[in-house]
Design a protein around this ligand. Structure first.
Ligand code: AMP
Length: 292
């Protein structure tokens, strides 16, 4: 497994790209089993390459850029057994020559949910993903369904700017008690972690009501809010259409049920994607053609 720290060294990927094609997994490090599942999925689509980069342009001025966990050695240890061909782990100065520069402006899918509460966040995400696509030139890129809106915003950029990359969304990985895995879970004390379970529990209850026949988005959203009383502040709890993230009155077709809340020092997100029909509902993915 090769550790690449500079853009110049990325030339080493040419042979792999030619032989097997490259499947990129972009991450910010502090890897957990959710990230590793993306790497395993990537390996089915090409030679897996993982980027580890805490991208400053996607953090707001009041956010946790400095506190964000970084442990490159542990990350490399976790990736080595997975057949990863290369890890690209540049410094911020390698990726961004100057504080201000050209940024990608996201499309309308970025306006709601996390985009509403984190101004500039998706512009930073798209800017770094566009740079990674140009630098690594992967054939496929794998993103987690945990960040469902992020996947859909990147999907819109990839189509609108004609990046020749196939996007694959990977299922959300949870701890055994249901908490969605996140590098930010490290910020939680044991009692905060217990309270954080209200996100996954309220989502599971919402899914049950939809499976039971509830089709009113407002009723589901009311249930979600009620279920998250243990959070310190609920940022949103909404049902949106997939892929365009429009507000819904009635639930039908592919639907994203998404929540964000602050528990102690951590801002946490969780979601479920459902395919809702007249007679039932089943978990679904985000890609136009689903790949598992
Ligand atoms: P991050 O390091 O948080 O930027 O995440 C890197 C990638 O891993 C993104 O595509 C995330 O959606 C994905 N990811 C993070 N947590 C999970 C999880 N619990 N399950 C699946 N994918 C995840």
């Amino acid at each position: 497994m090769e550790l690449i720290r500079t853009k110049k060294e990325l030339g080493a990927l040419a042979g792999l790209r030619r032989d097997r094609g490259l499947a990129l997994v972009p991450t910010m490090g502090a890897l957990h089993a959710g990230h590793l599942s993306l790497v395993e999925l990537a390996a089915a689509h090409g030679a897996p390459v993982v980027s580890i980069f805490v991208n400053p342009t996607q953090f707001g001025p009041e956010e946790d850029l400095d506190a964000y966990p970084r442990d490159l050695e542990a990350d490399l240890r976790a990736l080595r057994p997975l057949g990863v061909e290369a890890v690209f782990a540049p410094d911020a100065s390698e990726m961004y020559a100057a504080e201000s520069g050209v940024r990608v402006r996201p499309g309308p899918r970025a306006e709601c949910l996390c985009g509403a509460g984190r101004p500039g966040h998706f512009s930073g995400v798209l800017t770094v993903v566009a740079k990674l696509f140009n630098l690594i030139r992967p054939d496929a890129a794998v993103f987690g369904r945990k960040d469902a809106q992020q996947f859909l915003v990147i999907d819109q950029m990839t189509r609108d700017l004609d990046f020749p990359v196939r996007l694959i969304d990977a299922p959300l990985v949870r701890d055994p008690d249901g908490l969605a895995m996140s590098s930010r879970n490290r910020y939680l004390s044991p009692s905060e972690r217990e309270r954080a379970l209200c996100l996954s529990r309220s989502l599971a209850a919402a899914v049950e009501t939809v499976e039971g026949g509830q089709r009113s988005a407002a009723a589901v959203e009311r249930e979600l809010h009620k279920g998250m009383a243990d959070a310190d502040a609920v940022e949103y709890a909404e049902c949106r259409s997939v892929p365009d993230l429009r507000r819904l009155d009635e639930l039908s077709g592919r639907v994203l049920i998404a929540v964000a809340a602050r528990v102690g020092p951590a801002r946490l997100i969780d979601n479920t994607v459902l395919e809702v029909g007249p007679d039932g509902a089943a978990e679904a993915g985000l890609s136009a053609t689903e790949v598992e």
